[in-house]
Design a binder for this molecule. Structure first.
Ligand code: DGP
Length: 114
């Protein structure tokens, strides 16, 4: 997508603090962190919402989660704990329409979310 901020970040057309990337996914720090660690994991392939991900792309979603758990281990907060969440559409609180997995850590997170 030409006008998608996360596509631009993934293609390095816009600066961001990238912490991991491979051929399929890119992870970078959230611009407006909601926790001491707040990283977004996105696929390079543009899907606007979770609803748009074909069933045969389930492995891509799995790789996004696996990337989050690896980052948690690498950065030393796997044992204390963390949260991964994907927001979908307005009622889910989605504001950027390129799917992304939030990885939040570094403080005690409350439940339920607002
Ligand atoms: P969501 O509300 O689930 O769609 O989350 C979108 C997140 O994206 C939100 O936490 C703020 C973050 N964000 C928005 N614009 C930018 C940007 O230009 N750069 C980065 N790094 N993060 C952004």
């Amino acid at each position: 997508m030409t006008d998608c901020i996360f596509c631009k970040i993934a293609n390095r057309e816009v600066n961001s603090r990238i912490v991991f990337e491979n051929e399929r996914v890119v992870a970078f720090h959230d611009l407006f962190p909601a926790a001491p660690t707040h990283v977004l994991i996105v696929p390079r392939q543009h899907y606007s919402t979770l609803n748009d991900v074909p069933a045969d792309q389930a492995a891509l979603l799995g790789e996004m989660v696996a990337t989050a758990t690896q980052l948690a281990k690498d950065n030393g907060f796997a044992e204390d704990g963390y949260r991964v969440v994907m927001n979908c559409n307005p009622d889910g609180g989605q504001s950027v329409y390129h799917i992304h997995l939030h990885l939040l850590a570094g403080r005690k997170l409350t439940w339920p979310p607002g």
